[in-house]
Design a protein around this ligand. Sequence first.
Ligand code: NI
Ligand code: MN
Length: 225
Amino acid sequence: MPQVKFLGHSCVTITEGEHKLIIDPFLSDNPKAPVKASDVDVNYVLLTHGHGDHVGDAIAIAKRNKATVIANFELANLCAGEGAQIHPMHIGGSHKFDFGRVKLTIAHHGGGYGADASRYTGPPCGFLITIGGATIYHSGDTGLFYDMKLIGEMNRIDLAFLPIGDNFTMGVDDAVKAVEFLSPAKVVPFHYDTWDIIAEDPKNFADRVKGAEVFILKPGEGLTL
Ligand code: NI
Ligand code: MN
């Protein structure tokens, strides 16, 4: 039974026995992060795209833990250039790791590393992660897209993480539609309230979602699938 924990913004950890994954570890520069990057103990670091609020502490965490960075080819190679161990992938591709399977899905967003996002990191992605018999979808930063319906048709999603903060990603209206397309059993909203520009009351989302159980997690909270 994988255990999932929300560490603020888009950062999620997934633990299943000895297998420990972290996605988009934006911790040091997130005042709402409940843990320090130096306390993170993982085997894998998954990155959805090159923006600073997602790559965050990834390279330091990967190097200290000798963990493998899983990301698209361009972003993975950027991390390798900084000294991290990598497993490059690309959109539509899946790979079976020791913990389970990861598939990269499309996301409609940008990609670029550095203060001005000028270092090329390829297109953004989402992840479908199958671990311990559960399928978890982490959309990354994205707008609503109709292929979410296809992702929902082809996968029995136990838990979906979706952005609701608007401005840079889907807002509540589109995230409610995304749940309809994906039909996950459970959904956790994220990428809101980190800054004023993405302020949102997650109850506005929870009240309108139909057919899925919504978990509003505070940073540091989690659930077992
Ligand atoms: Ni972004
Ligand atoms: Mn973001």
